[in-house]
Design a protein around this ligand. Structure first.
Ligand SMILES: Cc1cc2nc3c(=O)[nH]c(=O)nc-3n(C[C@H](O)[C@H](O)[C@H](O)COP(=O)(O)O)c2cc1C
Length: 138
């Protein structure tokens, strides 16, 4: 398994809140395609929000996120994070599905965006790049 990673993004749904058929289509295609990419995960929906966690080889995750981003059934997506992992949480789910209440989804999106805006990882990345540049200057 090359560079096993987990990613999490949030987005806003552009399909009607009651459009279960469209949601089922997303789950169907995910469950068909994700096994070939060695990707597992979960999609949470509710109150016009999506929160998705995907696990698999990093390259496959990033390629898939590119495809998902271009999907007009949602917008305003923010990649909260992508990080290396040792083990999967969603080992046997090509795509699990969870419905949450609008309030829970709204507060989760807010909390996740605050984490993202905190830019903890960005600070780490900046100091990593500085160390790298210092090496080059020697
Ligand atoms: C919120 C959301 C989550 C999605 N998750 C996945 C996914 O995990 N795997 C997947 O293959 N497609 C997913 N899709 C669907 C893709 O955007 C795309 O429509 C699909 O992969 C294209 O399949 P096709 O090449 O068979 O047309 C998702 C779409 C949305 C809106």
């Amino acid at each position: 398994m090359k560079y096993l990673s987990r990613m999490l993004y949030v987005s806003r749904s552009s399909i009607g809140l009651d459009d279960d058929a469209e949601l089922q289509k997303i789950l169907e295609v995910s469950r068909r395609k994700n096994p070939d990419l060695d990707i597992t995960g979960i999609l949470c929906a509710g109150g016009g929000h999506f929160i998705q966690i995907l696990e698999g080889p990093q390259e496959n995750l990033i390629r898939l996120y590119g495809i998902i981003l271009a999907d007009p059934r949602h917008y305003d997506s923010v990649l909260i994070g992508i990080a290396p992992i040792e083990k999967r949480i969603f080992r046997s789910w090509s795509m699990g599905y969870l419905v949450n209440s609008p309030n829970v989804m709204e507060s989760n999106r807010q909390q996740l965006l605050e984490i993202w805006q905190g830019r903890t990882e960005a600070r780490e990345l900046v100091s990593m790049m500085k160390r790298f540049l210092e090496q080059l200057e020697r």
